[in-house]
Design a protein around this ligand. Structure first.
Ligand SMILES: C[S@@+](CC[C@H](N)C(=O)[O-])C[C@H]1O[C@@H](n2cnc3c(N)ncnc32)[C@H](O)[C@@H]1O
Length: 284
């Protein structure tokens, strides 16, 4: 045990906290990232006036305050880095190849519905980017379509920011200037997303480790889950991918982050290779 330095986490406290976090949300903190818990939870310990990580674990697990603490824990352990038009070459494939194909398929079947699910949407830049692309592709045809973008995250606080829809120019650093002009209102150096784009996106809290919540998501034509499964272990990745497979309609497409892979995780999806990356399909 590590006695003496309250800023350091003892071996057994680390294991207990790690297992607790994993059981709650599937995020796995490897041994070499122990400092991450120490750094990120230091303020929570101070605010709650707790003497160490052992006390924090018992507070989380047994104290009457644990219900309020869980969302706070999610807030501190998640990494919410994101931006508009992140990974532009992948989005180009989405805009020029995948989306037109799926729209055409739905048009032919006589149902002008499009459902996109942004799982792990953080502060909203990803789902709003998808809304912009859908608008750019459908153009004047948009009102004839029932377009819905479901955007979920584990952390309530990022969803608050997503619903407000006001961003810094840093969030827009890889967004083409004409797109910024067309879809944002600049007010005192901040950029507010247009209301008609906002109305395409529905935000909600969802834990990808919660089977019941996952079953409530309407079936999707396209799923974006980028830079999220990188924080999961293989077992959680498999559960998540299997839920995505069940959720997608036949012929539906899955986009994951450029540093992520389904190798060893899922053989059910059919990978298709494009210059901007791999897109995974559920076969018809
Ligand atoms: C790095 S951000 C990625 C945001 C966006 N998809 C992108 O690529 O720019 C990862 C997000 O996944 C969310 N996340 C992590 N574990 C989750 C879980 N079990 N359920 C739902 N969201 C989760 C985090 O809260 C965080 O906002």
């Amino acid at each position: 045990m590590n006695i003496g330095d309250p800023g350091r986490i003892a071996e057994d406290d680390f294991s207990r906290l790690r297992d607790f976090i994993y059981a709650q949300c599937g995020i796995y903190i490897p041994d070499n990232r122990r400092y991450l818990l120490e750094n990120r939870l230091a303020n929570r310990l101070k605010t709650l006036n707790l003497k160490g990580f052992g006390e924090y674990f018992f507070y989380l697990k047994y104290d009457h305050g644990h219900r309020q603490e869980l969302p706070r824990l999610f807030e501190v352990i998640t990494t919410n880095e994101t931006s508009f038009f992140r990974n532009t070459s992948q989005l180009k494939v989405f805009q020029e190849r995948i989306l037109p194909g799926i729209l055409e398929k739905n048009r032919k079947s006589g149902c002008k519905n499009l459902h996109i699910w942004s799982a792990g949407c953080s502060t909203g830049e990803e789902p709003y980017t998808l809304a912009i692309i859908v608008r750019e592709v459908l153009k004047l045809e948009l009102p004839a379509w029932n377009v819905r973008i479901t955007a979920n995250d584990l952390s309530e606080s990022v969803l608050g920011a997503a619903r407000r829809g006001v961003y810094s120019d840093y969030s827009l650093r890889t967004t083409p200037k004409d797109i910024v002009k067309k879809y944002f209102i600049e007010e005192a150096g901040r950029f507010k997303i247009h209301q008609d784009l906002k109305s395409l996106v529905t935000f909600g809290q969802l834990n990808l480790n919660d089977r019941m919540q996952l079953k409530m998501v309407p079936r999707s034509d396209i799923i974006f889950c980028r830079n999220v499964i990188i924080y999961f272990d293989d077992a959680m990745k498999k559960r998540t991918l299997s839920a995505f497979y069940d959720n997608l309609v036949p012929g539906g497409a899955l986009f994951i982050g450029h540093s992520e892979s389904l190798h060893h995780i899922s053989r059910t999806f059919k990978p298709t290779h494009h210059p901007g990356g791999i897109v995974y399909f559920k076969e018809e």
